[in-house]
Design a protein around this ligand. Structure first.
Ligand SMILES: Nc1ncnc2c1ncn2[C@@H]1O[C@H](COP(=O)(O)OP(=O)(O)OP(=O)(O)O)[C@@H](O)[C@H]1O
Ligand SMILES: [Mg+2]
Length: 290
């Protein structure tokens, strides 16, 4: 564990040298993650991606969960290709990406995610070739799996920004704390964003956020920024069943308005985006999955 922590820390400060000129588009690379599974990461990723896209941003959504292709399921899509086809079957990223509503660009990870740990030099070249297309993104959202597996931590450490999704349940809070403890030890991020999901009331959301913020401040000296909350809303469950994202079909619902508020917060300029973020992201992925 200590070796991995050292590796993540040193790698986080290295930046891959771009082979071609960096596109002037500045990309925000944001990993959406959680300690406990099933807390609402994929719903947030999809609906936040759509909310940002509807605001005119060019958004890529990378389904980086090793498990089921949940992003595609929530959108009712069945993509014919995945990242695996980019790595091993000579497909270009442009051919694998599926275009969703508002031009949301979905990158299905599929079995390609497992393969990131086994890349040889030609597959690394393939990933570098993806860069020119990815650099056109203003947002690259990454829907990760849950927990502290190597794959999840790799994506989280590689992304410049992190949004941690937590529900007010004690188990979700303690699992979130375990994940933050690792992130605090790596010193890769100076802070992370927190979204409280499935809250019964604003008060319950605020209390859960403060609880986590207090323990992280006291024991880890780590800043957790509460960037939004989403209520427990039957609209979400209905949207999942119908495979239609709630920000599209129920734009006036409580959950949709709260996701919009998170999108606006991200655009509010509180966080300074860095140039070359996509290049750094791919560079770190190479090293972290080595
Ligand atoms: N705000 C909400 N209100 C009501 N139900 C919700 C809400 N958010 C999520 N859910 C329910 O929780 C389920 C799991 O959500 P989601 O798939 O987004 O979680 P996840 O964190 O991505 O899970 P996994 O760890 O398996 O990837 C949804 O199918 C939905 O039924
Ligand atoms: Mg998910």
């Amino acid at each position: 564990m200590r070796d991995q922590a050292y590796k993540l820390r040193t790698l986080a400060h290295r930046v891959i040298r771009p082979r071609v000129q960096v596109d002037p588009t500045i990309t925000r690379v944001i990993a959406i993650t959680s300690g406990k599974g099933g807390v609402g990461k994929t719903n947030l990723s999809v609906n936040l991606g759509l909310a940002l896209a509807r605001m005119g941003k060019r958004v890529f959504l990378f389904d980086a969960d090793l498990g089921l292709a949940n992003v595609e399921v929530l959108l009712g899509l069945n993509p014919p290709h995945t990242l695996y086809d980019v790595l091993y079957r000579g497909k270009r990223l442009e051919d694998v990406v599926v275009t969703g509503p508002f031009n949301l660009q979905i990158i299905p990870g599929g079995t390609g995610i497992q393969e990131l740990a086994n890349l040889d030099s030609s597959q690394r070249e393939r990933l570098i070739d993806m860069l020119s297309y990815l650099r056109t993104a203003e947002f690259l959202l990454i829907d990760t799996g849950a927990g502290i597996s190597r794959s999840v931590l790799g994506f989280v450490a590689a992304a410049r920004e992190v949004i941690l999704v937590v529900t007010p349940e004690p188990t979700s809070l303690t699992d979130a704390y375990s994940l933050i403890k690792i992130l605090a030890r790596y010193k890769v991020h100076s802070e992370i964003g927190l979204v409280i999901n499935r809250a019964a009331s604003e008060r319950e959301a605020a209390e859960a956020a403060v609880k986590l913020q207090l323990v992280c401040g006291k024991f880890l000296r780590f800043t957790v920024r509460h960037i939004g909350s989403i209520a427990e809303d039957p609209v979400v469950i209905r949207a999942v069943k119908n495979q239609e994202p709630f920000v599209l079909v129920e734009p006036n619902s409580v959950a949709a308005r709260e996701v919009e508020a998170i999108a606006r917060y991200l655009l509010s300029g509180e966080i300074q985006p860095a140039a070359g973020a996509v290049d750094s992201f791919i560079g770190r992925l190479f090293r972290l999955f080595r």
